[in-house]
Design a protein around this ligand. Structure first.
Ligand SMILES: [Zn+2]
Length: 687
């Protein structure tokens, strides 16, 4: 690990921010981003930094203050608004304070804010404040954690770092850690930093460059020490043939969902997400780690720091693949059941008797290890699943290092519980619950006017979206505009291979499919007695067979998940009420309407619902403004009268169609439904 400090870059950050926040905070920002951009040092809101400076309060009085990174803010992308300013003298007066209840820490920090609108400062604010140095920086470096998670950590640290570092035992962050840290520092003021057992490293100096470079040098020393010890953990079973991740992932998702439903039924109030998407990781280090014969011991002993438990819980679930996917599917529910039971008994062991698990405890796993295949992070969105997978990967690195150096020995689980259920810390990673959180929705024709609206509407409802379209660039563009991280894929719905490839990609990236909105279509016209056979067949290919093709692919995944699903089809008013010379379009749409009913009938007992939306006269690629003008002229009416030619005299928009699909996706007890979105048309009303 090398220092990335560059005077030119530091000066340019100072130039950029000096007028806004002053030189001190600008330099602190630079130092913070340098640490944040190295994933071996910190991940996702972990670590923090501070600088002491002078600033004017709201009365114009100059105060000694400390700028400290806000709790949960990311160091890599830190901006001035990610720092809170607090009155240093007031914080320092808390040294030695008795009876400071830890749950009051947040209020206490806030009462010292110079600007009451600042974000909550880091939980380690007092530790930063007590040190006399101008700059303080704190990280959770993997290599340091590999060495501190050992029974004989203190001997190893002493021989490796000599007098440059002091090791202090694990103490929960807050006032006690701050007091211990400053006392240890005062006992030996020559140190460059402190190692916080089972937690991380803190370095300090009056120069930001020295504080940062001391940290880099110390972590490098630890990395070299670990790497000189690092053997391979792997004892690979070459005989076992493993399936592809796309085969395993839906089985894991489905098992999660069944376990979540079962748990929710067993409590009066559940906070367990009902669906998750998966973030998959596999590299040689992860595979070696999972192939070790003592995987159960080192992977399930506990996480290297209590902070990690907030994101990935204290243990992963291990799902061993043996022999066949059927055998794997047959055993997985029991493994989830065991995990939940063990997690609830862990809560039972450490929670006081007034602790009601309902609505607070989420006993489902966040990380699944599948030896031979890889690890999955589970989350209610791709962003969340990625955070979980990143931290799980860091854990693999730390524990692999610890097993190389000696034997991994994490903190006692009571300390983990203490932090995992500490309200102040839980706020760092609280899954956001929306109606379709954790559900994967696939939209065909997703780059068209209606497809785009469906994508936006479902993403806002929390779904993870795959936008499929024959126009790859546009599909990617629309995916990039969505509120949730989404996938834009090329898909020709009339081509078997193309559809298969698109679904395989979705399985690799999200782990499954819950909702299909089969929306792609195009209109062919012609008098039915004269239309060419080729046109009619082309229309059937896109307006009927393509619906069947994507539905078949989606259903096969839903069956592997064995946890229900929802098929939604864009049929058309034409399916019920034919338009003159529109036979080539209406006939396959009528067949698709029956397809909807056939899926409802054949897969209802599997929990797979099948519904349709019959829309009419939507401005889109199928009904352009030019077509509207022509049709209005042919009828001798205005374009406004043509577009709102319905009982309610209103124009129907793509948003109206998207909303109808969303309503159907949320109507869990409705299948075989056909929703008309046409403003009222007697001839198109179903009877
Ligand atoms: Zn920390």
């Amino acid at each position: 690990m090398e220092s990335l400090w560059c005077e030119k870059s530091a000066n340019s950050i100072v130039d950029q921010y000096v007028d806004l926040v002053g030189r001190d905070l600008a330099l602190c920002l630079y130092m913070t981003r340098l640490v944040g951009c190295d994933r071996r040092l910190v991940l996702h809101g972990g670590g923090n930094s501070s600088v002491k400076a002078k600033a004017k309060d709201h009365l114009g009085n100059e105060q000694n203050i400390i700028y400290i990174k806000a709790s949960g803010s990311d160091m890599a992308t830190a901006n001035p608004t990610d720092f809170s300013s607090l009155k240093l003298i007031e914080l320092r007066q808390l040294r030695g304070a008795r009876n400071l209840v830890e749950n009051k820490l947040r209020g206490l920090h806030r009462s010292c804010l110079v600007d009451g609108t600042d974000k909550d400062p880091s939980i380690e604010t007092l530790m930063h404040a007590f040190f006399p140095h101008k700059f303080v920086i704190h990280c959770h470096a993997n290599a340091i954690l590999s060495i501190t998670n050992q029974i004989d950590a203190s001997d190893r640290i002493a021989s490796l770092f000599k007098d440059s570092l002091t090791l202090i035992p694990y103490v929960k962050p807050g006032l006690s850690l701050a007091e211990l840290a400053i006392t240890e520092f005062e006992n030996n003021t020559n140190v460059k930093g402190l190692i916080l057992s089972n937690h991380g490293l803190v370095c300090f100096s009056d120069s930001p460059k020295i504080a940062y470079e001391n940290m880099i040098n110390l972590v490098s020393l630890a990395e070299t020490y670990v790497s000189t010890h690092r053997p391979r953990l792997r004892e690979y079973n070459e005989k076992q043939k493993y399936p592809m991740v796309g085969t395993i992932a839906p089985v894991v998702r489905g098992a999660y969902r069944r376990a979540a439903i079962k748990y929710a039924k067993s409590v009066s109030q559940s906070s367990v997400p009902s669906h998750v998407v998966l973030s998959f990781r596999a590299n040689s280090q992860i595979l070696d780690y999972m192939d070790g014969s003592e995987l159960q011991r080192y992977a399930c002993q506990g996480v290297p720091t209590p902070d990690h438990a907030i994101f990935i819980k204290n243990k992963p679930i291990i799902l061993t693949f043996a022999e066949s996917i059927d055998k794997f599917s047959g055993s997985i529910d029991q493994l989830f059941c065991n995990y939940i039971r063990q997690y609830l008994s862990y809560v039972d062991r450490y929670a006081d008797k007034n602790f009601n698990v309902d609505g607070i405890v989420d006993p489902l796993p966040r990380v699944a290890l599948v030896p031979g295949i890889g690890l999955f992070g589970l989350g209610t969105s791709v962003q969340e699943a990625d955070i979980v997978a990143d931290i799980a990967e860091a854990n693999v690195d730390i524990i692999t290092g610890a097993e190389a150096v000696g034997q991994y020995c994490p903190l006692n689980e009571s300390h983990i519980f203490d932090v995992e259920f500490w309200l102040l810390e839980r706020q760092k990673f609280a899954p956001i619950s929306r109606p379709l959180s954790g559900q994967v929705a696939v939209i065909t024709g997703g780059a068209g006017t209606i497809g785009r609206e469906i994508a936006i509407t479902f993403a806002e409802a929390g779904a993870t979206i795959a936008v499929l379209d024959i126009d790859r660039e546009k599909a990617i563009q629309i995916a990039s505009e969505l509120s949730n991280r989404a996938l834009g894929l090329l898909c020709d719905v009339t081509n078997d291979e193309s559809v298969k490839r698109a679904f395989e990609k979705i399985l690799e990236v999200f782990g499954g499919v819950d909702i299909l909105i089969s929306n792609a279509g195009a209109a062919w016209q012609g008098r039915i007695g004269e239309v060419s056979d080729s046109d009619l067949r082309k229309s059937f290919e896109l307006n009927f067979f393509a619906h069947q093709r994507v539905a078949q692919n989606a259903v096969s995944i839903m069956l592997r998940q064995a946890s229900g699903g929802c098929l939604l089809f864009n049929t058309s008013k034409q399916a019920i009420n034919p338009g003159k010379d529109f036979g080539p379009y209406g006939l396959p749409k009528a067949a698709t309407l029956f397809l909807v009913r056939q899926y409802a009938l054949d897969y209802g007992h599997e929990g797979i619902r099948s519904n349709a939306v019959n829309a009419d006269r939507i401005r889109s690629g199928l009904l352009t403004d030019e077509m509207i003008r022509e049709r209005a002229a042919a009828r001798n009416i205005s374009t406004e009268d043509y577009i709102s030619g319905n009982l309610l005299k209103v124009e129907i928009t793509a948003q109206d169609v998207a909303k109808a699909f969303l309503d159907q996706a949320l109507a869990l007890k409705t299948t075989g439904d056909v929703r008309t979105v046409d403003g009222g048309n007697m001839a198109a009303i179903l009877r």
